[in-house]
Design a protein around this ligand. Sequence first.
Ligand SMILES: [Zn+2]
Length: 120
Amino acid sequence: MPIVCPRCGEKGYLVKKRVAGRWYWYVRHEEYRKGQRRSIRQCYLGPVDRYIYVERLNPLRLRGIVDTTRYLDYIESAITFFKVEISHRNLKIDKSTYNRLEKISKLLEETINEIKKQIS
Ligand SMILES: [Zn+2]
């Protein structure tokens, strides 16, 4: 069944490909020519499991864009690691940090209220 490619917005087929021992998601775009279907290009969507090299320095549990719940996990990971940075005093805390956190908090509150309306 075709999907809308999250990268280019065109229709294509979600496929898993094994490259150098690891699995990756792609969207294969096809066209019909003379009654035959042929692949014209593919869009890379990311690894099936996780980004190993990126995660070594930024352990946010990043995943390919096929995973629709990934942003919730990113928010959770980011807050967890942010708190660790604060506790280890690796982060300069000042009024600007406070203001940014307050802005993020308001965004979260707005999002929570929108979701609350949708589920009730
Ligand atoms: Zn695409």
